[in-house]
Design a protein around this ligand. Sequence first.
Ligand code: CTP
Length: 438
Amino acid sequence: MKDITTDRRSNLIKKNVGDLMREMFSSRISEVISEIIRMADEIGCKAYLVGGFVRDLLMKKPNRDVDIVIEGDGIKFAELFARRVDGRVRTHKRFKTSAVIFSDGFRVDVATAREEYYAHPAALPVVEISSIERDLYRRDFSINAMAICLNGKETSMLYDFFGGQSDLKDHVIRVLHKRSFIDDPTRVFRAVRFEHRLGFRICEPTLLLLESATREKLFEKLSAERLFNEAVLILEEQKPEEALLRMNELGLLKFIHPELCFRVESNQLMNHCKETLVWFELNFPGREVRRWVVMMMALFDSLANDCRDEMLQKFKSAKKMLSCPLVNLAKVEAATAKLHKPVVSPSFVGKAFENLTNEALVFMAAKQTGEGIKALVTSYLTNIKDIRPFINGEDILKMGVSPSPIISNILEQVMEAQLDGKLKSRHEALKLADKLSR
Ligand code: CTP
């Protein structure tokens, strides 16, 4: 067992937070927690609320990601709990964690109180069963390392071993020990993410450790997937541009690509993207847009094509995540080049925008200041994209044209005429097709 001497010495402060829980929890969360308590009492184990859920409760921020730790057998608890609530359970035996998913999608993460060892920096941890104190000690920051006991004599008692409450009060992000970033370099990105989400500051000793991890290039050891998962989480935040400016300042972006930077222009572009996302979601409520994709496009916009290719090469295992924004960027660039004409017909817009995803449309409208592209996107989505053609291939075959590329050629021309308002009915469309087929 590891010695539990910390840079932040373990000094338990307890506080009953029952009133706060009653004040803050929705009836749904209260029901779920009551069920967790019943189950833990039945099995005879101790259950604790932990992590971001506790942090946000103390900050009076809503959070639906219920994260619990069981002193005992967490996997068995999760299996029985899932049966009790008619849910499904997904278990990672290696990490002694499970997720219980209710029939309506509500999710509770369950872990066995555990200690983690890292065979080498950035490796996935080796896990051993332990007490709640040791479980909290392996966590990233003091503000995320508090627990609330849910049952037994100390029901509703907050356990704060590492000064989490005082750091919440002082708006500080602090690791618990010197090896934290070495054990798990994703924490460098998490530190920046929480700093900007919560409006906190990474404290000086933690910043020194973070800078040292950066100098040691610890992220090079992280898998591409883990690195880009963190990037996506940052881009999904409300103010990704602030976190990216900070990452730029800390020299973190160069691990993605040496030429990648985030300065005033990228900041402006990202802000335009945020405004355009609001506009898009308001005007086209049924059309889904992945925010992180638009934001990643803004992040990589200034990167030259060969740098984008190098990035794809370097991070092969994150290809799925990376190629979507990069392919979108290339398509937007091609479409924008086509639109440099004073007047464009609907069929021309249809052609220029075909194959553009919603993310690409948003990015394109954000990149071009002024209302021009927004108007074209509106007209494309409202009048062009989903328009049903008056005729189809069957109609052309019936005219005696044998199966060949000629058919799609005719259909394309008829569709162009339809989009440009030159055809008013199926009858007129058939007439034109007939003429074209001769
Ligand atoms: N954790 C950690 N080190 C990591 C990731 C997570 O110690 N690299 C711990 C923290 O205690 C964290 C908890 O696991 O609070 C849950 O992780 P996660 O759900 O990723 O973070 P949250 O703190 O819940 O943040 P968010 O609000 O973004 O979900």
